[in-house]
Design a protein around this ligand. Sequence first.
Ligand SMILES: Nc1ncnc2c1ncn2[C@@H]1O[C@H](COP(=O)(O)OP(=O)(O)OP(=O)(O)O)[C@@H](O)[C@H]1O
Length: 210
Amino acid sequence: MLEVKGIKFQYEKGRPFDIPDFQLSSGEQLLILGKSGSGKTTILNILGGLLKPLSGDVRLGDTLINQLSGAKLDKFRGKHIGIVFQKPHILSPLTVEENLSLANFFSGADGKRNQELLKELGIADKRRAKVNTLSEGEAQRVSIARALANQPDLILADEPTASLDDHNAEIVIKLLQDQAKKYNAALIIVTHDQRVKDHIVNQITIGALS
Ligand SMILES: Nc1ncnc2c1ncn2[C@@H]1O[C@H](COP(=O)(O)OP(=O)(O)OP(=O)(O)O)[C@@H](O)[C@H]1O
């Protein structure tokens, strides 16, 4: 379902990144490990079509993401890829519900699942709360809900547990795994958080070329 092949990437004046080839089927999970600065966010952004590789292909289903651009890419991403960013990209002055509706709007989805999703993530009682009144753990769950709102085929999570205590980190990992399983989505988590290591057997480690 997801195939990553021959990816080369380098920021202007930066060093080249060593990005291994890999494949992932629907419902499979992958952990990408690497120390700080090794390029984890970079690779996630390439997989999500937010950065263009210099060469190589990222294929999701029948679509080569790296060959899409502009509105087509935005629409494809909105429909098929859910990204949980390292720092929650949720709009703080809006309510939890409004943040999900916005995600639905951008991809043309109907939002029928929103209420159920909030329930599953344990934040249904906060649906009318403004995001800037939530705790960090709750805000992280809203950002997960937003990433999952359109039932993506591929879920990408960038350090989703970085700012969470052990208990909440465990909850967030389980939520991501349960949701991915429920909707048969592929799940990729990038992290340097050792606590996540025991939860996903399929792992690759990346490092920058020197
Ligand atoms: N826009 C950019 N322009 C130039 N260099 C960048 C840019 N973004 C990141 N880098 C550099 O690329 C390298 C990899 O960054 P990246 O954020 O992908 O690492 P990471 O593994 O996610 O790190 P962390 O675990 O600390 O979040 C770093 O050396 C960083 O300074």
